[in-house]
Design a protein around this ligand. Structure first.
Ligand code: UDP
Ligand code: MG
Length: 314
């Protein structure tokens, strides 16, 4: 009998829980042949999320939970879940039921009978999402695909069923700045993509506002590509070339025409352009340095405050 682990990262999801638990129960009832383990990960929610988790565990011991000492973010939750998981097959899903849980059986059957290591879902529509956000997201995946070696499918979800070897490979990457979508593709393995129509959140509001989506994108680029550093160097070089040419022009003009230096506007242009470029390049370098700093500290990826699972398996 195969064991399937479902990991659910949660942050202030008490509104989703009344829908989440029945949906998970339905799935487990439908797939009676398989054993299940549900790992609910609480990011130190401010509402009753943890209460719901304790209750779920008390009602049915297949539900386990880990509660963090603060919000370490969805990527840390996924790492914690994967680390604690004991299933032969492991999947991650959102608490808001935006992931197509009804496809789990199909994915499982597919993996069972095939040579693939992972069955992953991607949205073939972004219906219901704000226009600007979905356009920016699409642009991000396109950019990511072209500047990093990891292939990233647009609309890819974290909802994917993976076989144990792939999970173990992911766990070997212990970096603290975790961009899970990049990690999924970086480890490789054979992935089969399943398309589905975007669904709206079942209850509550998105926990990933535009601002953090932007930070997330920046983190992803820095973690999986060094192209911006190269681009920054090229730009710096380009500016230098322009500056030298202009300097020669100024000198020659002065030698021939003996004009007094009257070029205040042009001087300002060059100065501002130069400073702007330098600051931008420094900013790019700073991003990499910051990420290196975070990695070098080797801080734990998450801290557990309360859990229903034994601590030994850490
Ligand atoms: N989430 C989390 N920690 C956070 C933000 C989100 O664990 O800091 C969880 C959230 O509870 C949900 C999942 O990650 O289960 C996806 O978040 P959300 O639905 O808000 O993101 P969206 O679908 O809008 O991208
Ligand atoms: Mg969502």
């Amino acid at each position: 009998m195969d064991k399937i682990t479902i990991i659910v990262p949660c942050y202030n999801e008490s509104e989703s829980f009344p829908f989440l638990i029945p949906a998970l129960n339905d799935t487990m009832n439908k797939m009676k042949e398989q054993e299940f383990e549900i790992i609910l990960v609480d990011n130190c929610s401010e509402d009753d999320t943890l209460e719901f988790m304790r209750k779920a565990h008390a009602d049915d011991p297949r539900y386990q939970y880990i509660s963090f000492s603060r919000n370490f973010g969805k990527d840390a939750s996924m790492f914690a879940g994967l680390k604690k998981s004991t299933g032969d097959y492991v999947t991650v899903m959102d608490a808001d039921l935006q992931d197509p849980l009804d496809m789990l059986e199909e994915m499982y059957k597919f993996l069972k009978e095939s040579d693939y290591d992972c069955a992953a879902a991607y949205r073939n529509t972004r219906k219901g999402e704000p226009w600007l956000r979905s356009e920016l997201a699409k642009a991000f995946y396109k950019l990511m695909g072209s500047i990093s070696s990891s292939e990233m499918v647009s609309g890819a979800r974290d909802f994917r069923l993976m076989k144990r070897p792939m999970v173990n490979a992911i766990l070997e990457l212990e970096e603290s700045v975790r961009f899970t979508k990049g990690i999924f593709s970086w480890v490789g393995f054979k992935t089969k993509w399943f398309g589905y129509e975007n669904k709206e959140r079942v209850a509550g509001e998105t926990k990933l506002p535009m601002k953090s989506a932007f930070t997330y994108a920046m983190r992803g680029i820095v973690a999986f590509s060094t192209v911006p550093l190269v681009a920054a160097s090229f730009m710096g070089f380009g500016v230098c070339v322009v500056a030298v040419i202009y300097l020669l022009y100024v000198i020659i003009k002065q030698l021939i025409l003996h004009e007094a230096v009257a070029g205040y506007p042009s001087l300002m242009c060059v100065l501002l352009f130069g400073i702007g470029t330098i600051l931008m390049v420094l900013g790019v370098i700073g991003q990499y340095l910051a990420q290196m700093y975070l990695e070098i500290k080797h801080r734990p990826i998450y801290i557990t405050r309360e859990t229903s699972m034994s601590e030994k398996k850490e």
